[in-house]
Write a protein that binds this ligand. Structure first.
Ligand code: PLP
Length: 466
């Protein structure tokens, strides 16, 4: 019997199990779905979707709290997007990396919404998918900075994708193990995950020690990045997310991002802002970095950019940096770059966000959701930390609020239970114990209430089990 949202079902149903047999047999391992819910067995097979809801092949209904890795910003199968995309497919579907009308309109739109000062004079380049756009951004940064600036600074807990360049700059040793990497050197430093400060300090009395630590690394050649005597800088690029979602929805203090900007300015380092997950309006502003009053040199966007209908990504950047290939045509070419259908999808997303005032709505709904999570935190000792800006939110489960011992098995249990009541939630964290929420921009208050109620009951039952 198919179950509605909030009704119990034992996931996965019979049909899901049957269909997965072929996946187990014919698809090679290493795929993401095999680790969701800590095993390949629990996840059902999905069949259809609409708005904020998804149905599995056994007819069970789910509410999607993570918007398919934040891509499906207008909800699932939104009519406006589908009709624009179909119209574009009938008119001009694929013309490889050539000028077309949606492409021309979109570069203008994106240049106009670049964060902070950037929008005064910005340029755009396209890619397909997030990882490829990270490659593009680091290539632009490398081309812009003079020799010997070939090295990178990136952060613990960062995620930039799985292509070789993206893997090289990110820290995760499991992802990098056995993979090729770029020759460039990478200095990885702690992110401002203040709930678990790497230096065991407390914000704000820490006076942003993490930023000071980075600054100190420029004081001696022994620290590997700069020679103060000769003023020789090895770092071309600092790549940072304004909120880390692959490691659980961690938002740093404003001073962190501002401190990084100052260091980049002082040493002529290109600051890349990876907004693949949180950008394009989710935070209540077009780009999350605007909440920190910082203008990066390059911002990378994808996912929500084309609303989950067509893979598209872009680097938007200050004209001066982006112009580095102006006299070098064909430095960046790709069969799908500037694809008319992808660009038309992105134009529709931007148009819908503007017409429906979704930036303001995301801010309001996000505050409502955050408030609800904070209420849950008051009721459950297990909830150690809650964070969020706009519709990008997270909570962390611990065994003890004082010791902050991560409650990883309990988090998995809560998510499995939530799935059995029809709530799809993503787990991500340094220690496997955070839940992230990145719903579609169309989510209603009553739906947020339902999600909170089910999460509340699931945590309750785990807490009672002890
Ligand atoms: C912050 C961030 N950067 C890069 C990527 C990689 O994007 P893609 O999976 O489209 O290659 C992701 C994907 O989750 C991401 O969240």
């Amino acid at each position: 019997m198919a179950s509605k949202l909030g009704e119990y079902r034992d996931t996965p149903g019979k049909k899901s199990q049957e269909i997965k047999e072929d996946l187990f047999k014919y698809e090679s391992g290493g795929t993401f779905w095999r680790v969701t819910y800590d095993s390949p067995n629990k996840i059902p097979v999905f069949e259809r979707m609409k708005g904020t809801r998804v149905w599995d092949v056994d007819g069970n209904e789910y509410i999607d709290t993570y918007g398919q890795f934040a891509a499906s910003c207008l909800g699932h199968a939104p009519e406006e997007l589908i009709s624009e995309v179909i119209d574009q497919m009938k008119t001009l579907m694929h013309i490889s990396d050539m000028p077309n009308i949606p492409r021309a309109k979109l570069v203008k739109e994106l240049a106009g919404i670049g964060p902070g000062e950037m929008k005064k004079d910005a340029k755009v380049q396209f890619e397909i998918g997030g990882s490829a756009a990270i490659e593009l951004a680091i290539q632009i940064a490398e081309s812009y900075t003079p020799h010997p600036q070939h090295d990178f600074i990136s952060f613990f807990g960062a995620y930039h994708g799985r292509t070789t360049g993206a893997l090289t700059v990110a820290p995760n040793v499991y992802f990098r193990d056995g993979m090729p990497s770029m020759a460039n050197r990478v200095t990885r430093i702690p992110y401002a995950y203040c709930y678990r400060c790497y230096y065991d300090m407390k914000y704000p009395s820490c006076n942003m020690y993490c930023v000071k630590h980075l600054k100190r690394m420029f004081e001696s050649p022994e620290f590997g990045i700069y020679d103060p005597k000769t003023k020789t800088n090895f770092i071309s690029t600092l790549i940072v997310e304004p909120a880390q979602f692959h490691t659980g929805g961690i938002f740093p203090p404003k001073e962190f991002m501002q401190g990084l900007r100052e260091i980049c300015d002082e040493f002529g380092i290109v600051m890349i802002d990876d907004e693949i997950a949180i950008g394009m309006g989710r935070s209540g502003k077009w780009f999350c970095i605007e909440h920190y009053d910082v203008t990066p040199d390059l911002v990378v966007t994808s996912k929500a950019l084309s609303g989950g209908i067509w893979p598209l990504s872009a680097v938007i950047g200050k004209s001066e940096v982006m112009s580095v290939w102006d006299d070098k045509p064909d430095k960046h070419m790709g069969t799908w770059h500037g694809n008319a259908v992808g660009c038309r999808a992105a134009l529709t997303v931007i148009d819908q966000i503007k017409k429906r005032n979704l930036l303001k709505r995301n801010e309001e709904m996000g505050n409502y959701f955050l408030d609800g999570l904070k209420q849950l935190q008051k009721r459950h000792e297990m909830i150690g930390d809650v964070q969020g800006i706009g519709l990008g939110l997270s909570l962390e489960l611990v065994r003890d609020r004082k010791t902050k011992e991560p409650a990883e098995p309990e988090t998995i249990e809560v998510l499995k239970k939530a799935l059995d009541y029809g709530v799809l939630i993503c787990r991500a964290a340094y220690y496997g114990n955070r839940m992230t929420f990145m719903p579609a921009y169309i989510i209603e208050k009553s739906e947020i209430d339902t999600i909170l109620d089910i999460v509340d009951r699931c945590i309750d039952s785990i807490e009672k089990k002890g």
